[in-house]
Design a protein around this ligand. Structure first.
Ligand SMILES: [Ca+2]
Ligand SMILES: [Ca+2]
Ligand SMILES: [Ca+2]
Ligand SMILES: [Ca+2]
Length: 254
């Protein structure tokens, strides 16, 4: 650009900056505030849910891509000072919960997986609380991986206090369930010891976020894993969300 007049260079740089910001903003999902409290009962009866737009859960992560009656889903988000609220509408032909123990192979049971990176830092989080991957099961318990145990083995834990969850079937459409969640956000200082306060949410806050559904209809392992965001494969593998918060998308509280 050095051969162009200085004013033209400045204009071009400004245009480049504006278009970069616009592009970046296009990828950030704007989340509206819930002005009234939301009752987590698996029913979308609160008027305020109408202020949130449906977004698809349709990006392939693992397994064959399912037909729409095998799995399809969409979700919407709201927030207030205390919670990120999530409503998911899931169509799944068989609801399957083979492991009674909520910390045993929870990813091979039907579950809604909510990925949260409170400060949108990105980076590795599998054995830390830099970010969370809450697997919300059909029994409404939420499991994740914590720091390794003293003997070095994996530590599958419940973080039920972080996620309040309730789902209901639709009597007129038995394969459709409405799942309503209120999620408290914890920053990366969270540990399994002591008392930690959730982060108070404020307008303008940017959060790392992704959502996915583990669908199993009776197999030994999950049959499909479909998410809300495109994931760039690493060595052919798109199942990276439970390891790397860098593959999450971003949301911004409006
Ligand atoms: Ca409700
Ligand atoms: Ca299914
Ligand atoms: Ca983080
Ligand atoms: Ca299923």
């Amino acid at each position: 650009m050095s051969h162009l007049p200085q004013l033209t260079q400045k204009i071009l740089l400004s245009c480049l900056l504006v278009s970069t910001l616009c592009l970046a903003d296009e990828n950030i999902i704007a989340v509206n505030k819930a002005e009234v409290a939301i009752d987590i009962d698996g029913k979308a009866t609160e008027q305020v849910w109408n202020n949130a737009q449906w977004l698809p859960i349709d990006k392939h992560i693992v397994g064959e891509y399912p037909s729409s009656d095998d799995f399809s889903g969409r979700y919407k988000l709201l927030w207030d000072e205390d919670y990120l609220y999530l409503m998911a509408e899931i169509n799944d032909d068989v609801l399957f919960d083979q492991y009674a123990n909520p910390t045993e192979k929870y990813w091979d049971d039907d579950s809604l997986e909510v990925f949260i990176d409170e400060d949108a830092s990105g980076g590795m989080h599998r054995f830390s609380f830099n970010a969370f991957a809450y697997h919300v099961a059909l029994d409404n318990q939420s499991a994740d991986i914590g720091p390794n145990k003293a003997d070095g083995s994996s530590n599958f834990i419940l973080l039920n206090d972080h996620v309040k969850s309730q789902w209901r079937r639709d009597a007129n459409s038995p394969y459709s369930i409405t799942w309503e969640l209120a999620i408290k956000l914890y920053d990366d200082s969270f540990t399994l010891k002591g008392t930690h306060m959730p982060v108070k949410l404020t307008k303008g806050k940017v959060i790392g976020f992704m959502l996915a559904y583990c669908d199993n209809d009776g197999s030994s392992e999950r049959e499909h894993f479909i998410g809300s965001h495109d994931i760039k494969p690493k060595d052919g593998d798109k199942n990276l969300g439970y390891i790397d918060a860098g593959v999450f998308g971003k949301i911004k509280l409006q």
